[in-house]
Design a protein around this ligand. Structure first.
Ligand code: SAM
Length: 531
């Protein structure tokens, strides 16, 4: 799960309009929130808004799942306490600092705020396993093969460390003849003398080209873990920025107005969470969907690794949900018209003094760049090399004048009914209309929205099945049970259908064999109406 609730900064204008008045929710609040439910306004409104939502999310979260919550300094302390209470302090995993902005605001009164928090709790910390972050080009480019080792690319680590190790003090005679009397002061060789010479015999020690350098231990890429352990410090290059997310949303929706959805997160940020916390067929839930960045991130990650992850997004504001959330996802699925230049970073290489001094480093970098230029020449109109700060980037540029490539896939848009259909005992409320229940039954049965007229018991056919609903008044009898029970006469009055009929009714007078002969699947309301 990923959520990005209002941060309570004091100028977002978020609304506290829970309308917690449905009998079912009140009963549930009484059971789960206990005394808190009696006076929800007793506490700070933000906590009141978040508390029941987090309790509900916990109920939906799988035993081996995790929840990530974006927040800033305004509410991070309260959020941590709330999460400790609901998810258990023992299930706290981490608090990530994400660098959301890369420039200092000189207008800041005290500090220029440059990061957000992403607080992570597991449903059960013992059951949750995180993935490694796929190794980036940058990490791979730290590996070289200066001695043409048949085991392939390697990087190297110093032999000495500060950890006390009584077996780690001994002289070393370099193959080039130099004698190293022992580890540098205050450090120890990381392994015993025997182990060290075993590694050397296996050509796992690097002595430099002249064989007289301080020995370093080779670490082969193919023996390294498949990815990188995620850290708690997410730089903007790793997870995007707020301003990048805004620009991209404007481009997708072709909307430059000042009131366009103002707080989108970059999909790059949410994709990192997806990489760390999901399998390739996971379901990702975001109940503060906003502009739909979570869906965008899921689609991007699926495209990258061939996954089939699905998303569930909830957005409270009707205008945002239809004009921003759904519209953005539709456009990124299908591709959207765009005029300009798409830029992909194909390689990023920090240029440190150490790397520049390393034998073969520049040759390898130039070979890599030539390779990228050659393999990317079909896909990109131009491949540019830029050096900014101490970093070299290779950028592929694609001029697009019609449409960005769609990410494929799709989604369904569902609207919650204004009032709940069921009371706290699970019975259908007395004032529910036939059309309202028809909408719900059709969705429960088919998984898609209903577009029929809902003016007869026969709602329509779906994948060869006729779907029938007997409910108040539809057969002209407005008594509560009038026409709600499946009888032989009612069955005979239904339009002919060559195939199975799924009939929802309060009861049936037909036995199992009669139903089977008539090819009827009987479903009793309200119990069998399940999504
Ligand atoms: C910070 S935005 C989420 C932005 C989103 N992560 C994105 O990338 O676009 C918070 C969203 O929560 C919704 N929201 C505001 N108040 C809420 C409330 N009381 N309950 C549920 N959702 C609320 C807002 O409509 C807004 O779209």
């Amino acid at each position: 799960m990923y959520i990005d609730p209002p941060y309570n900064t004091g100028n977002e204008g978020w609304i506290y309009n829970d309308k917690v008045n449905s009998p079912e929710i009140n009963k549930w609040l009484g059971q789960t929130v206990g005394k808190e439910a009696e006076d929800l306004s007793r506490h700070d409104k933000w906590l009141c808004m978040m508390y029941p939502r987090l309790v509900l999310l916990k109920q939906f979260l799988r035993e081996d799942g995790a929840i990530f919550v974006s927040i800033d300094d305004n509410e991070v302390a309260s959020l941590r306490l709330l999460m400790d209470e609901i998810f258990g302090a023992r299930n706290f995993v981490t608090n990530i600092a994400w660098q959301k902005i890369y420039t200092v605001k000189n207008s800041a009164k005290h500090f220029s705020e440059m990061h957000d928090h992403i607080v992570c709790y597991a449903s059960s910390k013992n059951a949750w396993e995180r993935n490694l972050i796929p190794r980036s080009d940058e990490a791979i480019s730290n590996y070289t093969n200066q001695d043409n080792d048949s085991r392939g690319l390697w990087s190297d680590n110093a032999l000495q460390a500060r950890n006390r190790n009584s077996a780690g003090i001994y002289p070393i005679k370099c193959p080039g003849g130099r004698l190293i009397e022992g580890p540098p002061e205050g450090t120890y060789w990381r392994m015993s003398e025997t182990k060290f010479w075993e590694l050397d015999a296996d050509n796992r020690v690097w002595w430099g080209k002249d064989k007289n350098n301080a020995p370093r231990i080779k670490k082969f890429l193919k023996e390294a873990k498949e990815g990188v352990v995620p850290s708690t410090w997410w730089k903007y290059q790793f997870a995007g920025t707020n301003s990048g997310a805004k620009t991209e949303l404007r481009e997708i929706l072709k909307d430059n107005s000042a009131d366009l959805f103002n707080t989108p997160k970059p999909w790059q940020l949410i994709r990192r969470i997806i990489q760390i916390a999901t399998d390739d067929d996971s379901i990702i839930l975001d109940s503060f969907a906003g502009s739909g960045s979570t869906a965008h991130a899921v689609l991007k990650q699926n495209l990258m690794d061939g996954g089939s992850r699905r998303f569930i997004l909830c957005e409270m504001d009707q205008t945002i949900s239809s004009e921003v959330t759904a519209e953005r996802i539709r456009r990124v699925c299908e591709g959207y018209s765009f005029e300009g230049t798409l830029k992909d970073t194909l390689l990023e290489q920090p240029l440190t003094w150490n790397s520049l001094r390393r034998d073969g480093f520049l040759e390898k970098l130039l070979t890599d760049i030539d390779g990228i230029k050659e393999s990317g020449s079909d896909q990109y109109d131009d491949i540019k090399i830029a050096i900014k700060g101490a970093k070299l980037s290779v950028i592929g540029e694609q001029k697009v004048t019609d449409k960005t490539p769609g990410l494929g896939s799709g989604f369904q848009f569902c609207r919650l009914s204004a009032e709940p259909l069921f009371n706290e005992f699970g019975d259908i409320r007395d004032d529910v209309t036939f059309a309202e229940l028809a909408d719900f039954v059709w969705f429960a049965e088919t998984g898609v929205g209903y577009s029929g007229a809902a003016d007869s018991p026969m709602l329509g056919t779906h994948e060869g099945r006729a779907i029938v609903l007997l409910f108040n008044g539809i057969l002209g009898d407005r008594r509560p049970q009038g026409g709600n029970i499946l009888t032989k006469a009612i069955l005979n009055s239904l339009p002919a259908h060559d195939g199975p009929k799924v009939i929802y009714a309060a009861a049936t007078r037909l036995g199992a064999s009669a139903l089977q002969r008539a090819n009827v699947i009987f479903k009793q309301t309200p119990y069998a109406i399940e999504v």
